[in-house]
Write a protein that binds this ligand. Structure first.
Ligand code: SF4
Ligand code: SF4
Length: 346
């Protein structure tokens, strides 16, 4: 990659994002408060925060927290009021989009989404169209945080899978290397200077990064199946307060609910994020709930990510090791500790 690399000085980034904004919707991590960094649509003067993982992953850009899937109108036949027709209008809009400043775990999170929504037997046209229209610019992690465990689940701080353009932090800015044609096209912008004198520094920076694989996950899918009917989950989930925060911050969680919201003869079909950690998620119309307590729900969360997901999707865990659920959990349930205990007891 490096012979095609370019240098992007830090002070050129706002100008670059502004110019790209003429063609694309451009999202970048912005400092919202001392402790919160969120992907926002870029506006001139925004305080970019590119040196840390964002508080939330950029999944909402491709899979909005609330979206209208279609709108509809009923037309009653005035001659026969029992007869009506429904007119349906598509609402899908997939504008060219750039996610600037994702992390390798964020890009990998979208690969988990791809397997579920884009590549399998059932494809989601909404996600698929947005994914096609989106270019991912990833900043490699030269300083992983103490909650990061991407190397334990098949990724890594310098992993380029799922990215279109890869930025390595170097003195004064970033060394930019294309990973796909879409990413390479961005290098035409005037912000990118000749970069051959930065290629060695970028390689050295990547080689310096060390994040040991701290979890031994071989055979974890089977361990989870063996623990399924044991009291293990009662003890592990005891602290959980079923708030769902772990699922909302997760770059790989994709549970959703669909409702029709009708007013008079018009309505919209709305998709909203949901969480398998909530009682209502599996509540059936009959009143029966196959996951009635947090014990079954927590078991499902871990089992899905580390057993059912890899079984269904060629070994890929439904977790990128981003550590956000560890940071967000109000009762400090640490998924790494749970996985260690699964290996001990399973
Ligand atoms: S389960 Fe936790 S560590 Fe894994 S991807 Fe989701 S938020 Fe990140
Ligand atoms: S964030 Fe923690 S307390 Fe909240 S549902 Fe997840 S594990 Fe339970």
């Amino acid at each position: 990659m490096s012979n095609k690399g370019r240098f992007l000085a830090t002070d050129k980034i706002p100008g670059l994002l502004k110019r790209l904004g003429g063609t694309y919707r451009v999202f970048a991590p912005v400092k919202v408060s001392d402790t919160v960094i969120l992907f926002h649509e870029f506006k001139e003067g925004a305080q970019l925060a590119l040196n840390k993982q964002a508080t939330l992953p950029p999944k909402e850009i491709l899979f909005p927290q609330t979206e209208c899937l279609l709108s509809y109108t009923y037309h009653k036949d005035p001659e026969n009021l029992e007869k009506s027709e429904v007119q349906v209008e598509e609402t899908l809009e997939a504008l060219p989009t750039i996610i600037f400043g994702a992390r390798p775990c964020d890009a990998r999170g979208l690969m988990v989404f791809d397997a579920v929504f884009n590549d399998g037997q059932w494809r989601d046209p909404y996600y698929k169209a947005r994914r096609k229209a989106t270019t991912i610019v990833t900043i490699l992690c030269t300083q992983p945080e103490n909650t990061c465990f991407c190397t334990s689940v098949g990724g890594g701080p310098t992993n380029t899978e799922g990215s279109d353009l890869v930025l390595t932090p170097v003195t004064g800015g970033y060394f930019a290397e294309p990973a796909t044609e879409k990413g390479g096209a961005l290098l035409q912008d005037e912000a990118f200077a000749l970069g051959h004198n930065k290629a060695d520094e970028a390689r050295e920076e990547r080689e310096k990064v060390s994040l040991e694989s701290e979890l031994e996950l071989d055979g974890i899918a089977q361990c989870l199946l063996e623990l399924f009917s044991t009291d293990f989950w009662k003890q592990v989930s005891a602290k959980c307060i079923s708030c769902g925060a772990c699922t909302y911050v997760c770059p790989t969680c994709y549970c959703f609910n669909i409702t029709d919201e009708t007013a008079g003869v018009k309505g919209e079909r709305i998709r909203t994020w949901d969480s398998c950690m909530f009682y209502q998620y599996t509540l059936e119309a009959s009143g029966h709930n196959p996951r009635p307590t947090k014990v079954e729900r927590y078991r499902n969360r871990i089992g899905h990510k580390f057993s059912y997901h890899p079984t269904n999707y060629e070994g890929m865990f439904g977790c990128t090791g981003c550590g956000r659920c560890i940071k967000a959990c109000p009762v400090s349930l640490d998924i790494r500790q749970v996985l260690r205990e699964v290996k001990v007891h399973g």
